[in-house]
Ligand binder design. Sequence first.
Ligand SMILES: [Zn+2]
Ligand SMILES: [Zn+2]
Length: 325
Amino acid sequence: MPGSWGRADYADGVTATIPTSGSAIGIALLTLGDRWTLLILQRAFVLRTRRFGDWRAQLGLSESTLAARLRDLVAAELMERVPYDDNGRTREEYLLTPRALELWRLLLAIWGWEQVSVPGAEDAPVLMHDVCGQATLPVLGCGVCDTAPVTARDTTAERGAEAEFAKISVPRLHRRAKESASAADALSYYPETMEILGDRWSTAILAAAFLGVRRFNGFKAELGIAQSILSDRLRRFVAAGVLHAPSSEGEYRLTSKGMDFFPVFAILVDWAQRWYASESGRELTIRHVQCGSPLAPVLLCSKCGEELVRTAVHFELADASANRV
Ligand SMILES: [Zn+2]
Ligand SMILES: [Zn+2]
């Protein structure tokens, strides 16, 4: 069942089609697999940005692009418009909803991957754990058996009845964004991260790779993706060191750098299925082999081992101004 589809017209000529029901993971991939959306959310978390003009100033994107993304974020119930008084004039600002507030873990996992996998990421803002007072790295753990670290190899993935979650039809979204996100400031994600996450097809391909899809035709069948787009994205993943060059059997396997992206994938799947759950239940169960339970992903402090909670971590930027996540 394809579910119902809401339409959002992008003023830059691209028509986005965001599903409002159907596959939970598909909705999450469509909603978050966009570089501007990720940057808009990141600014909302780290800088507490909530007004149109502030995002414009921070990200340097066009008014029409920003308006389209904010419209999608509201449609996906990740932001809500709230009126405020601006010297007697009523204006609106955008606040993160409870389901969006949980995405701080996803953004933290992305930052953690960059720290480990992207050369030069040492210059990025430092994540401080307020409980132990130390600079920390998030470590993925299992919230059921309290074991950490949990890697992709410690888990299995089982598909539920609604197994076609990755079959997301985005015929008009295959063009890459013309405006490239500026990475000039310390807060922005690295180009490598955007290569993986900043594009809906890329994110879906990586998800399929974690599910064990290896062959060109496997990806094609799984995702219903055009051949040329798939070739392009696989080539980019190989160039970024996330996938190995195809083997003599034509198999694309995740490199260790690709495998290190697992926490982001696990957190995305967990979040999607809790907030966009369909009637048919879980589409995908990531099971922690050691305890046999479905993985309840938690992020732990690399220094003190305590769970990292949103209100007890903050980034220290280069200018030493502390900003809470
Ligand atoms: Zn466990
Ligand atoms: Zn700590």
